[in-house]
Design a protein around this ligand. Structure first.
Ligand code: XMP
Length: 527
């Protein structure tokens, strides 16, 4: 695992914002809102914040929420360098409580806490409210806190309150320090993005001119500086992330890059052919196509635990990469299209309390013994930002707009044992489903749609005969970043058309069901 804060960043210098992560699950949404305001931001875990602050020299700092309590002696603290810097600071939830705790105010354990939708009343003007909220108005926000501030530190004044939090928003205009008890970064605070924009633009004085074109330019310089004249291999998965990473790296270092496309037998229909023709034919980028399906499928025999599958696949991918690296005369670097959501959902920052949900194979599944250095130029980006970058790099729309596909592929869409035969069955069902979605003009309205093959057999009747075959699940969700998702509400005629085609055309499936679970509480993939 690489240190998230160890690379130089594109917005480095006084035009960037440092976000200090105290372990909230939604910290990355702060980064997203700040970028939507046209300002580059970078997140550092609290225990690496001091170094990140010194390196970045940001124009302002935002402090995230946390599951921790400032009343706990071991609770994370704001580094003194940041508190005493004289720079603008915005504290969110735990961030607010820590500011008060460390500046001499008082925080107490709340009797009941406040969770979910709440309304705040604007009590006074404040730079965060410029052009947005005025005195006397009521506005909806999203609260999620147990502890609360009960006395302000000297120099602070309340500017908004809620029933449960008298100091819902506080300000110290002289020091340019602002803080709020609620979460402006989540969509349930409808004006939250604008509050954050006011902070970075009005309070920190940033121009808001950060663009993807600039990201591309500075990332290319960064890749050149990191790699020098060494060789890089890049694992292509068939998805947009690794394709964009490869194009960016190729633009930076040309044929020092070799792409490796590992076909583990767990890809979708036609995927291998498309990748090979795009990279070899369209871009003329050196590409090694490895058929490792026997290796993968033999290794998956008898494996049913989702995490065991993920770990095995992650490890085997790296094994194959390493072999290929040796064959091309040694590559020191391995490039991956790791995205920001992959990072935060898999990794508890050292000392940070964010919980591991799944081991995404391109992060948590990396074997300790892996002896190549990582190049992960998309590590700070969200999926939709990667698509913007892909278009910027001229990647054909069919790739740019493609639904995400996980590294462990069909293996995590076949609960229970994965076999070649079951992969073939699922591939066919999945292809029919996606073809129907495309034909109905729905592909771009859906974040991700796929079929799942269940380890359950049910009885059916076809013609005059009894069948006893597998159940196929269909999943389709809308999302903006994969962190939360809603089911796609197909009409019944569409679903019954797909079900009929799958049952008629795919031998081995005799029943089709539709998955009605949002995320949370479900995850998008079934494993
Ligand atoms: P979940 O299932 O966690 O998925 O709700 C969120 C998004 O991440 C994708 N996903 C992965 N992507 N490697 C990846 O590159 C992985 O191991 C992996 N697991 C899930 C998933 O398809 C969805 O878009």
């Amino acid at each position: 695992m690489t240190d998230q804060t160890s690379s130089t960043n594109p917005g480095q210098g006084s035009d960037s914002i440092l976000i200090v992560d105290f372990g909230s699950q939604v910290t990355q949404l702060i980064a997203r809102r700040v970028r939507e305001a046209g300002v580059y931001s970078e997140i550092a875990p609290f225990n690496a914040a001091k170094e990140a602050f010194a390196r970045m020299k940001p124009a302002g700092v935002i402090l995230s929420g946390s599951p921790a309590s400032v009343l706990d002696d071991n609770g994370p603290r704001i580094p003194a360098e940041i508190l005493e810097s004289g720079l603008p600071i915005l504290g969110i939830c735990y961030g607010q409580q820590s500011l008060m705790h460390q500046f001499g105010g008082e925080v107490l354990l709340g009797d009941s806490g406040e969770f979910g939708r709440a309304f705040i009343e604007i009590g006074d003007d404040c730079a965060l409210f410029d052009g947005l909220w005025t005195k006397g108005e009521r506005h909806q926000v999203w609260m999620s806190h147990g502890d609360k501030v009960t006395r302000l530190a000297p120099g602070f004044r309340p500017v908004a309150s809620s029933e449960g939090a008298p100091f819902a928003v506080i300000a110290n205009d002289e020091k340019r320090i602002y803080a709020m008890q609620f979460h402006p970064e989540v969509v349930h605070t409808p004006d939250g993005g604008k509050l954050l924009k006011n902070f970075v633009r009005h309070v920190c004085g940033l121009a808001g001119d950060w663009t993807m074109a600039e990201f591309r330019k500075t990332k290319i310089e960064e890749i050149r500086a990191q790699v020098g004249d060494k060789r890089v291999i890049c694992g292509l998965s068939g998805g947009v992330d690794s394709a964009v990473a490869a194009l960016l790296i190729h633009e930076a270092i040309g044929d020092q890059l070799t792409c490796v496309f590992v076909d583990g037998g767990i890809l979708r229909m036609g995927e291998a052919e498309q990748v090979v023709s795009l990279f070899r034919g369209h871009y003329n980028i050196p590409l090694v196509h490895v058929d490792a399906s026997t290796l993968f499928l033999n290794g998956l025999a008898g494996v049913t635990d989702p995490e065991a599958k993920r770990k095995f696949i992650g490890k085997t991918f790296i094994d194959v990469f390493e072999d290929e690296a040796k064959k091309i005369g040694g590559a020191e670097f391995l490039a991956q299209g790791t995205l920001y959501p992959d990072v935060i959902e898999s990794v508890s920052f050292t000392g940070g309390p964010s919980v591991t949900i799944k081991s995404h194979h391109n992060v948590g599944g990396l074997p300790e013994r892996m002896n190549m250095k990582l190049v992960e130029p998309l590590r700070e980006l969200f999926k939709d930002e990667v698509r913007v970058l892909g278009r910027e790099l001229g990647l054909p729309e069919i790739f740019v707009g493609r639904h995400p596909f996980p590294g462990p592929g069909l293996a995590i869409r076949i609960p229970g044992e994965v076999t070649r035969e079951r992969c073939d069955i699922l591939r066919k069902a999945d292809a029919i489903y996606l073809e129907e979605i495309r034909n109905a003009g729905l592909y771009d309205a859906i974040w991700q749609a796929f079929a799942v093959l269940l380890p359950v057999k049910t009885v059916g009747v076809m013609g005059d005969g009894r069948t006893y075959d597998s159940v196929c699940g269909l999943r389709a969700v809308t999302s903006t970043d994969g962190m939360t998702a809603d089911i796609y509400p197909f009409d019944a005629a569409f679903l019954s058309r797909v079900a009929t085609r799958i049952i008629n055309e795919v031998k081995g499936i005799n029943r089709v069901v539709y998955d009605y679970t949002s995320k949370p509480p479900g995850t998008i993939e079934w494993e």
